[in-house]
Design a protein around this ligand. Structure first.
Ligand SMILES: [Zn+2]
Length: 267
């Protein structure tokens, strides 16, 4: 059964028509990279958008010379983990202002730390039951070659949390059970929904750039060109002829497809 058939069968809204969405990212900046244009559209139309950032971003300090370009700041400059946490918290707020995200929380897990998927999942069960969103969005942990443990653990923990959030006997002290009808994954190798973000594309790039510690880098012109080229290709392939059209792609599933649906990958 494909997603659109399943969605219609259960009378569920299209992604742009949900009234509330919880967008869960491993690191401060992932939501912008994966879904910034769509998030801006939701905020503009009054959809309730809540951000959860799993980790504190303390590890977000890489040397940029690996690609043969000159680092904008000295790779030997002393940046402590505490500095990075503070910097990235402020950058998250800056990006939120650009997109119009008013509710945003950091769960404080250690960036790159040895925390378990189960620990995160149980934290998320309580939060999902508290926020009770119509849609949960996060990174796709099943994209082949995705090697960042924080991304894999986050995506899987979110999917598992959707299963347990609706359970009436598990996590009884974590709030009233809540069945979230749909999930959507960004950064997916198996997208099945394409959102027109032509009008919000510049805001997405601006919000990405607000993460100065991550994107104020010599590679930014190449990176932004790559993202834009991809968005144009997605638009042309799936939405229409407009040469300046831009799209973001998601793997959407109704929650039932998150368990014992071997054809979900083709959905
Ligand atoms: Zn990340």
């Amino acid at each position: 059964m494909d997603y659109q058939t399943a969605r219609q069968m259960f009378g569920l809204p299209e992604l742009m028509d949900v009234s509330s969405v919880l967008v869960i990212e491993p690191h401060p900046d992932d939501n912008e990279v994966g879904a910034g244009g769509t998030v801006k559209r939701w905020c503009d139309q009054g959809t309730r958008v809540t951000y959860l950032t799993v980790t504190d971003g303390r590890a977000g300090a890489e040397v940029q010379s690996a690609y043969g370009t000159t680092a904008s700041s000295s790779p030997n400059a002393v940046v402590t983990m505490a500095d990075m946490v503070r910097i990235r918290r402020a950058e998250r707020q800056d990006a939120n202002r650009i997109l119009g995200v008013e509710e945003s929380y950091n769960l404080g897990f250690e960036d790159g730390g040895n925390w378990s998927e189960y620990q995160l999942m149980s934290t998320l069960v309580a939060l999902i039951r508290q926020f009770r969103p119509e849609l949960v969005m996060t990174v796709d942990p099943w994209t082949p070659y995705e090697s960042h443990p924080d991304h894999v653990k986050t995506g899987k923990a979110v999917a598992a949390a959707l299963i347990y959030a609706k359970n009436r006997v598990m996590f009884r002290d974590q709030g009233e059970p809540c069945a979230v009808p749909q999930a959507a994954f960004y950064g997916s190798a198996y997208p099945n929904v394409y959102i027109d973000v032509t009008d919000t594309w510049e805001d997405k790039l601006k919000a990405m750039k607000a993460h100065v510690s991550q994107f104020d880098i010599p590679e930014w012109p190449m990176l932004s060109q790559y993202f834009t080229g991809e968005a144009e290709r997605l638009y042309r392939d799936h939405l229409g002829e407009r040469s300046d059209g831009r799209a973001e792609a998601f793997k959407a599933l109704i929650s039932m497809q998150l368990h014992f649906f071997p054809d979900a990958v083709r959905s």
